[in-house]
Design a protein around this ligand. Structure first.
Ligand SMILES: [Zn+2]
Length: 437
């Protein structure tokens, strides 16, 4: 893409008006966010939320590209993750803005519409898909991760419109599926040809700018024990107990990777960068048989710079070691399968012009330097940075208990993020007087 020069800053009065327009639009943003939280857009159930996004983008008078994320189209694309299921109406929605003439740099604003499962619903103070505002925070599954980010980037675009302006460069707003489990949604956008001079994903990282993220591996370990009657359990191998023993063995790898001498430099100050999680377990038949089969679904983090194949090899070797070194596990068999996230880590180049521009926009709005975040989780920025030749980072609101109970987002922080994004868009893309109605 060409990178024509644009002024580093707009007219100061215009910038003040833009920030004020963001403030004026907050009630509308809250309505949009609440509407989005009401859609229970967990994996495979995103269609109604995407219908809403399609309508929202059409309402802005933008061209909308809605397309199905099909594993068969992506299977040979670098960064593809083996799917975790087949889904109906599994679509991305992309709004496209084209300027009359390009003066500035192009931009992708990306957010994922999928949300993680609610967990034990009875633990929530109020139902997870009924948005409620308490003490300046909106509660609900997906409120922070990351429907507030989507509402913020739409509002930032709308704020320009309110001033009779529009970006002077191509701008795409993407609402994608499958961020939480594969990243194939963002990858499908890339495969369809979407590239830009920069991309920002307003993930809820407390207005820090993402500097690095770990790699993440999802795997299933199927453990086969040895059958026995409960009268003589000592002759059998209980597959469920064996699975736990194998997982305890695997945790020693996590502890090694977390030791200060093993840490990636980007994580030198992070106490526990690498987390493993035993997320799901299934096994056994009934109380009177020693279980012969157990499947564990596990998530393992690993450092940037390590290839997925190396992470897999390290994990498998540690499981083998655990099986061989424990006398109680003699004769146990296990098999490893990979589905879902198979994601390399990323270190974001802070010297990129887009990151400098984002720092300046944050400083303008917040009156202080931003923090940088080395994340212990993964996001779709890897797709842009590693495979899309599009410098990307995350910058979004403050949120608590994402993936947990009583997830919420700070509405004041969402307001500030809206302002930073609007200012960034205006400075990065440049602005023109609006042409259309
Ligand atoms: Zn997220």
């Amino acid at each position: 893409m060409g990178t024509p020069s644009v002024p580093a800053a707009l007219d100061a009065a215009l910038e003040r008006e833009l920030l004020a327009a963001c403030d004026d639009l907050q009630p509308e943003l809250h309505r949009t966010l609440a509407a989005l939280v009401r859609f229970p857009s967990v994996l495979g159930e995103e269609a109604s939320a995407q219908d809403y996004m399609e309508g929202l983008f059409h309402g802005l008078g933008l061209a909308v590209d809605r397309f199905e994320v099909r594993d068969e189209d992506l299977a040979h694309v670098p960064g593809f993750a083996p799917p975790v299921g087949r889904f109906h109406r599994h679509d991305n929605v992309v709004a496209e803005f084209r300027p009359r003439r390009q003066l500035g740099r192009s931009l992708i604003l990306n957010g994922h519409i999928d949300v993680v499962p609610v967990g034990a619903a009875e633990l929530w103070t109020t139902p997870p898909f009924e948005p409620v505002v308490r003490d300046g925070r909106m509660y609900g599954r997906g409120s922070g991760d990351m429907k507030a980010g989507i509402a913020a980037y739409v509002t930032a675009f709308l704020a320009l419109r309110r001033l009779g302006l529009e970006p002077a460069a191509p701008l795409w707003m993407q609402s994608v599926v499958e961020e939480e489990c594969t990243g194939n949604g963002a990858l499908a956008c890339l495969h369809r040809g979407y590239r830009a001079d920069a991309a920002i994903i307003p993930e809820p990282f407390d207005q820090s700018i993402l500097a690095a993220q770990v790699g993440v591996l999802w795997l299933s370990v199927e453990v086969l024990g040895r059958p026995a009657h409960v009268l003589d359990v000592s002759r059998g191998i209980n597959a469920i107990e064996a699975a736990f023993a194998l997982y305890r063995g695997l945790e020693t790898l996590r502890d090694e990777w977390n030791a200060p001498k093993s840490r990636h430099p980007a994580y030198a100050d992070v106490e526990r960068p690498i987390n493993f999680n035993l997320g799901r377990i299934e096994g056994g038949e009934w109380p009177s048989s020693v279980p012969t089969r157990c499947v564990m679904d596990i998530r393992c983090g690993f450092y940037p710079g390590m290839r997925v194949a190396d992470a897999r090899a390290a994990v498998e070797a540690r499981l083998r070691h655990a099986a061989e070194s424990d006398p109680k596990l003699q004769g146990v068999q296990f098999r490893v399968r990979y589905a879902g996230l198979q994601s390399e880590g990323v270190v974001v180049d802070r010297a990129q012009p887009a990151l400098e521009a984002l720092v300046r926009a944050h400083e303008h709005v917040m009156g202080a330097e931003p923090n940088w975040l080395a994340s212990t989780a993964t996001t779709d920025v890897r797709v842009f940075n590693l495979y899309g030749d599009t410098p990307a980072t995350c910058y979004g609101p403050e949120s608590t208990h994402i993936h947990g109970i009583d997830e919420s987002v700070s509405l004041e922080s969402v307001r500030r993020v809206t302002q930073v994004l609007a200012l960034f868009v205006a400075r990065w893309c440049g602005v023109e007087k609006r042409s259309g109605p």
